[in-house]
Design a protein around this ligand. Structure first.
Ligand code: CMC
Length: 436
């Protein structure tokens, strides 16, 4: 890690004692400067208070950069739009994992190695049967991914770089198989084994939609759309699920357990669950004529309703992923000949009104990536309960790259936030018989 601590410092004054301390200011390659508060408690006896970590940098990272004001997203320095247009998903996985785009030779070896790990341990297939048929596929994902550590004992030593790489390849390779099987299980169809002659996204679609009675050949435009969706969701710096993976991993937990923790965090509707929530919301709105009623509800402080697919913690401008997703959405609908999709009309109506509405403009609430992804998934024939699962498949490489980076960082320590305690002070204990 080579962020610089320059000569600049930040001076903090305690107004009650008049004491001053100088805190170092760190600078990254781009982005806001960071005040290094690591000595704060030792020197002042104070902690910082930052619920939701809106002003806290939790780590140094070289993987992903976001400029939320300008709507910029870079993976290892490359703009997301260029990667989504020119690369396939395994190429982007390589980039995130290793820091540079692969040469042709590196790319074919990487794809081969990933393909080589796509099958699951046969006994893991029986593990699914422990779940109820109507389980949410994300519940199955949390369980099965967590269970990988019970099946792949030879890649659990996190101090061994080879173990870490084998676990990383296994995760990237097996996650589409695990996801497709979660889907097949929930619809009562037999599992479809991966095919090593297919590309990553084609294979994923094949495992989801083929069945023993009928062959399935992925439409190249739809496979390309899937690839693009995977690229757009592959990493997003220190969001809730990635921070969860890092926090879980900071204690030395094995990578499979850490990714399972990330999946659990992703499930929430404020994070990865939003794409499913967008579709549910569009179905609830039902008709363009009802949009203004729902916009009114979203603006009402006393109403918990929020417009799903709008707003972002970091982007205060158009989410650059949403632009690519919007284009992809039209490509998919054109390819499938869907030109009277009522949900799309509704989504476009909602987008237009929200972009012009004073409340959304003032609070800088733009459509985010989830706003369009749900419509694409629906057009591809993927049920809403699988939307967040697809997000998890895509994000696995980001989690694993961030986890590797953390383990390799010599300054890494177990994550341990502090708190502002507002409970009872020390009290006198009364035995049960004396309590009134
Ligand atoms: N609809 C209506 N009002 C909103 C919305 C929305 N979607 N999002 C934020 N606001 C309002 C919020 O009520 C608050 O108003 P006020 O200042 O008057 O109290 C203000 O905007 C700031 O909101 P916040 O909750 O403080 O912002 P946050 O950074 O904590 O939350 C968010 C970000 C994404 C959780 C939030 O915008 C949201 O709930 N959006 C809907 C869910 C969604 O689409 N999530 C997907 C995020 S993108 C995928 C990913 O990266 O995981």
């Amino acid at each position: 890690m080579n962020s610089q601590t320059d000569k600049k410092t930040f001076t903090l004054t305690d107004n009650s004692s008049g004491k001053q301390i100088e805190l170092p200011v760190m600078e990254g390659t781009v982005g806001p400067r960071v005040i290094d508060v690591r000595r704060l408690y030792a020197e002042t006896g104070c902690f910082t208070f930052d619920p939701g970590y809106t002003s806290t940098g939790s780590c140094e990272s070289r993987i992903t950069y976001i400029d939320g004001e300008e709507g910029v997203l870079l993976y290892r320095g490359y703009p997301i739009q260029e990667l989504a247009t020119n690369c396939d998903y395994p190429e982007v996985c390589y980039l995130l994992l290793y820091g540079d785009l692969p040469t042709q030779k590196q790319q074919s070896k990487f794809e081969h190695d990933i393909t080589y790990h796509t099958m699951l341990h046969e006994q893991l297939n029986t593990f699914y049967r422990g779940f109820r048929r109507d389980s949410h596929p994300m519940a199955i994902m949390c369980g099965v991914v967590g269970a990988l550590s019970a099946f792949y004992h030879d890649s659990l030593d996190i101090s061994d770089p080879r173990h870490r790489m084998v676990a990383s390849y296994r995760m990237i390779a097996k996650i589409p198989t695990i996801a497709a099987q979660a889907y097949k299980y929930s619809i009562g169809q037999p599992f479809v084994y991966p095919r090593n002659d297919l590309k990553y996204s084609e294979n994923f679609l094949y495992m989801m939609f083929a069945n023993p009675a009928e062959d399935y050949k992925a439409n190249p435009i739809l496979a390309r759309a899937m690839d693009r969706i995977l690229i757009l969701h592959a990493d997003h710096e220190q969001n809730a699920s990635t921070s969860t993976v890092r926090l879980a991993g900071s204690s030395g937990a094995n990578p499979f357990a850490c990714i399972a923790a990330g999946i659990a965090s992703l499930w929430g509707p404020a994070h990865g669950g939003a794409n499913e929530a967008v579709l549910n919301m569009l179905e609830e709105i039902g008709d363009v004529g009802n949009v203004s009623k729902f916009i009114k509800m979203a603006k009402d402080k006393d109403d918990p309703f929020r417009l799903m697919g709008f707003g972002h913690r970091v982007y205060k401008n158009f989410d650059p992923r949403a632009r690519v997703m919007q284009e992809t959405c039209h490509e998919v609908l054109d390819e499938l000949g869907i030109n009277d999709e009522p949900l799309l009309d509704l989504a476009m109506g909602l987008e237009k009104i929200a972009l012009e509405d004073e409340y959304f403009v003032e609070k800088r609430l733009y459509p985010n990536v989830d706003f369009y992804s749900g419509i694409i998934f629906k057009a591809l024939g993927i049920p809403a309960s699988m939307f967040t699962v697809l997000f998890a498949v895509a994000r696995t490489v980001g989690w694993i790259a961030q986890w590797n980076e953390m383990i390799e960082d010599p300054s890494q320590r177990i994550g341990r936030p502090r708190q502002l305690y507002t409970g009872e002070n020390k009290r006198i204990f009364k035995e049960l018989k004396d309590r009134k």
